[in-house]
Structure formats: structure tokens, C-alpha cells
Design a protein around this ligand. Structure first.
Ligand SMILES: C[S@@+](CC[C@H](N)C(=O)[O-])C[C@H]1O[C@@H](n2cnc3c(N)ncnc32)[C@H](O)[C@@H]1O
Length: 250
């Protein structure tokens, strides 16, 4: 029976961004739960396996691939995501009930607390299965973004918003720094005439990393072409960006 689950922040997909704490935990574990992704996203499953194999010095571990369902696009977004998390929790419960190992690790992309449902998903089944949970923080995409562009994410006493295209759409104007995750819609287009700078990055922290920065109006068409080409070439895009009002000195 599983007694403890470690949710381990794995950073943006390169072993060099794992913390020592994450490495120590991975070294001592035997069982790793890996979301089984197929198609173009199989690369994300392989990346997890590759990182674990790089850290372990002995072949004393195994992977259990979790056949999580895909999200069904059936209704209001938040309800849809809640339902999806519920069905992922069910799948995990079934897998964990059969497990004889006492401890398991689950690698979460970036940091587990940012735009990731696994803390909540594991908590849903924690009481029923009676295991304890430990969250190991990881380096998130936005931290690689600011480091690579050599910028500060905040102004003196300024506000920093983390959001997604949905949240961005709701902003009437942008008067502070905004970091955007999960943008499949090139939502920055809506703010091209708002006097903003953009600091953009794709596949951050990997050998395929691409960076672009500048006045949003001036770099917009270059960014759109670049993004579309990358997406086509690799099959999926992982991008994060920061929008900054032009007055700010970053
Ligand atoms: C489901 S969220 C997970 C975020 C993750 N927990 C983190 O802390 O980075 C996935 C989104 O994070 C961003 N992201 C994650 N890894 C990235 C990377 N290596 N480069 C650029 N963006 C990344 C993208 O916006 C992507 O759509």
C-alpha cells in the first residue's frame, strides 16, 4: 500500500534545473508515476523518464505509466477542468490501490503550485487511500524567462500578475507586469497598441530554447511567424511571456 507520495517539481525539462532536494528524493525512490502521454506530447513522458534515469545511478526503479484521460471540451471551462481532475483522481486511485510499494514520486513540470492540478488531484484521494503528501518545489518557466532575458520581474513596490489568456482578456489595460502561461491564442495581439514590451520564451531551459523581446507592436508579426513555425515544426509549443508597460525600466 502506498503510504507517501512526493510531488516533485522537475523544472522546465532539463536535469540542471532540479533542486538538490528533488534529486535527493528521486535518488531514494523506487517507483515513479508517469502520465502516459501519446502523440506529439509523448516527448513530455520521455523527458520525465530521461531525467529520472539520469539521476538514478542504479537500475533499481520502475515506472508506472498512468493512463490519464484527455480533457473533454464539453462545457464551461472551470467545470470542465474540475470534472477532468476528478476523473484523473479516479484513475490514480485505481492504480495506487493495486500498488505494493510504500512510496512513489510524481514529477510535475516546473513548479507544482503553478497552473498544475496535481496537488489538488492527489488531495482528492489522499484521505480514502490514507497516504501522506510532500510537495518539492521546482523552478518554473517564468523564472527561466526572467533569467534568460536578464530582467527583474517586478518594479519597485510593483505588482506582478500571473495569468492565462482568459485572465489577460479580462484586463482592460495593462499598467503593471503580467506573466502569461498557457497561451494558445496569441493573446498578446489584443494589446499590440497598448505601449507594452514583451519578453517571450519558448521551450525555456531546454536546448531548443527560443527567446524574443522588444516593443510589442514592433515585434508582433515576427513573433507570430516564429511561434507558428515552431509549433508546426515540433508539434506543440511551450511558451511563457512577460508584458511590461513601456514606462518601466526592466
Ligand atoms: C500546465 S502549465 C505548467 C506550468 C508549470 N507548473 C511551471 O511552473 O512552469 C504549462 C504551461 O507552462 C508554461 N511552460 C512550462 N514549461 C515551459 C518551458 N520550458 N518554456 C516555456 N513555457 C513553459 C507554458 O505556458 C505551458 O503552456
Amino acid at each position: 500500500m502506498i503510504e507517501k507520495i512526493y510531488l516533485i517539481g522537475m523544472g522546465p525539462g532539463d536535469i540542471k534545473y532540479l533542486t538538490l532536494e528533488a534529486i535527493e528524493v528521486i535518488r531514494k525512490l523506487k517507483l515513479f508515476l508517469i502520465p502516459a502521454k501519446t502523440g506529439k506530447k509523448e516527448a513530455l513522458t520521455l523527458k520525465r523518464k530521461e531525467i529520472i534515469a539520469q539521476i538514478k545511478d542504479k537500475e533499481d526503479f520502475y515506472f508506472l505509466e498512468i493512463p490519464f484521460p484527455e480533457r473533454k471540451k464539453t462545457g464551461a471551462y472551470e467545470e470542465e477542468v474540475q470534472r477532468w481532475r476528478g476523473s484523473k483522481a479516479q484513475v490514480l486511485k485505481e492504480v495506487l490501490q493495486k500498488e505494493t510499494e510504500k512510496e512513489a514520486g510524481f514529477l510535475v513540470w516546473g513548479d507544482p503550485s503553478l497552473y498544475d492540478g496535481h496537488i489538488e488531484i492527489f488531495k482528492k484521494i489522499q484521505k480514502e487511500l490514507n497516504f501522506s503528501l510532500e510537495v518539492i518545489p521546482g523552478i518554473s518557466a517564468f523564472q527561466i524567462l526572467s533569467a534568460k532575458h536578464q530582467i527583474s520581474l517586478t518594479e519597485i513596490a510593483g505588482t506582478l500578475t500571473f495569468t492565462t489568456p482568459r485572465g489577460l482578456k479580462g484586463l482592460k489595460s495593462i499598467d503593471h507586469h503580467v506573466v502569461v502561461f498557457l497561451d494558445n491564442y496569441e493573446s498578446y495581439k489584443n494589446f499590440a497598441f497598448s505601449g507594452l514590451k514583451i519578453y517571450w520564451g519558448a521551450y525555456l531551459g531546454s536546448s531548443e530554447e527560443v527567446l524574443l523581446a522588444g516593443n510589442l507592436k514592433e515585434v508582433l508579426s515576427k513573433l507570430i511567424t516564429l511561434r507558428r513555425n515552431l509549433r508546426k515544426e515540433k508539434g506543440f509549443i511551450m511558451e511563457t511571456y512577460l508584458l511590461v508597460p513601456e514606462r518601466s525600466e526592466t
